[in-house]
Design a protein around this ligand. Structure first.
Ligand code: HEM
Length: 326
């Protein structure tokens, strides 16, 4: 327990030191205008080819934009590589990100059409939207004009990315520090309607929960615990399971039904039942088949895309290659 406390303290300090809120000054839809008129067409074209071939890449590419924005703001810092493996992408929560080669492919296609114009941070934001749409999720207009940062530090990713065992107050605080509210939290958590998780992200809920011999998390549906235990033996780090079994490749509203039935995979999913606003939203979307989820999701993604952005003439740069500063 001491180590968890330590982690939470680090997270609070981290958000204070590195925190950046969702103001988004200077971002706008159509920012590149005549300087790269085919930008959105190119991104959509490459993305749709990729997802057609391998639809499992949609989830990690959506998640990549989130992991970029929560650490130093949406500045493409998650893409940078360091020779001694000390950048954000080397941090444990980012080791399960995939699809970096897709960003490189999109960037290369964009550079060919309009060299030195479009940032990698903007490409991430566009790709996140396009992959979501490709797997039948919502469409939203992406604000553009982010510059790329020049710094990427492993420990900042460890400190700023919320862990799957976060409780509701940690989650709310983590979002609020970045200018996102409680509604954004529950709406964006709806991303867990797609994709997979390693057993290691929730194994603590299945075995010896809270250090109690043989106990599983009482807030997790016992029938689901039985199913999950079959897939994830104690200590399993490598097996992956669908977060929304049966429809993990389709962006739909079933996450809210799952969580309402105590079948959210992470403690951070289950925690959404512990706050009135998030619980009411879950219940409403699950009972009414998600009447506002798609619209809400687009709105919250736009807000997330504003976190700590570098804009204007003198901030950041337009990287030539997304993995390296110029
Ligand atoms: C609210 C706090 C959140 C926590 C604690 C959290 C945690 C996690 C964890 C632990 C995984 C599984 C990683 C693994 O074991 O492979 C995951 C997967 C995922 N997360 Fe989240 N997440 C949160 C919010 C978000 C948000 C805001 C988004 C997007 C906007 C998002 C999108 C995803 C997606 C799409 C996946 C599946 C990735 C894949 O299939 O490779 N998550 N998340």
């Amino acid at each position: 327990m001491a180590s968890l406390n330590f982690f939470f303290k680090l997270a609070v300090i981290g958000c204070f030191v590195f925190g950046a809120v969702a103001k988004g000054q200077g971002l706008k839809v159509g920012y590149y205008g005549a300087r790269c008129p085919k930008l959105e067409y190119i991104v959509k074209w490459v993305t749709s080819q990729v997802i057609h071939k391998d639809p499992t890449l949609a989830a990690p590419l959506l998640r990549m934009h989130f992991h970029d924005c929560f650490v130093r703001g949406c500045d493409g810092s998650v893409l940078l590589e360091s020779p001694n493996k000390q950048s954000e992408k080397d941090a444990i929560p980012n080791l399960s990100l995939r699809g970096f080669e897709v960003i490189d492919q999109v960037k290369a296609a964009v550079e060919k059409a309009c060299p030195n114009v479009v940032s990698c941070a903007d490409i991430l934001a566009l790709v996140a939207r396009d992959v979501t749409f490709e797997i039948l999720g919502p469409f939203w207009e992406v604000e553009l004009g982010r510059k790329d940062g020049k710094v990427s530090i492993l420990t900042e990713a460890l400190i700023n990315l919320l862990p799957p065992f976060a409780n509701i107050s940690t989650l709310i605080q983590g979002f609020q520090q970045r200018g996102l509210n409680v509604k954004d939290l529950v709406v964006l958590s709806g991303s867990h309607t797609i994709g997979v998780s390693h057993c290691s992200s929730f194994n603590n809920r299945l075995y010896n929960f809270n250090g109690k011999n043989g106990a599983s998390d009482p807030t997790l549906d016992p029938a689901y615990v039985v199913q999950l235990k079959k897939k994830c033996p104690p200590g399993d780090q490598n097996t992956i399971v669908e977060m929304d079994p049966g429809s993990s490749l389709k962006f739909d509203v079933s996450y809210f039904t799952l969580v309402s039935k105590n079948r959210g995979l992470f403690q951070s999913d289950a925690a959404l039942l512990n706050n009135k606003v998030t619980r009411d939203y879950l219940t409403y979307q699950s009972i009414k088949y998600g009447p506002t989820f798609f619209k809400d999701f687009g709105d919250s993604m736009v807000k997330m895309g504003r976190i700590g952005v570098l804009t204007g003439k003198y901030a950041g740069e337009i990287r030539k290659v997304c993995t390296k500063v110029n």
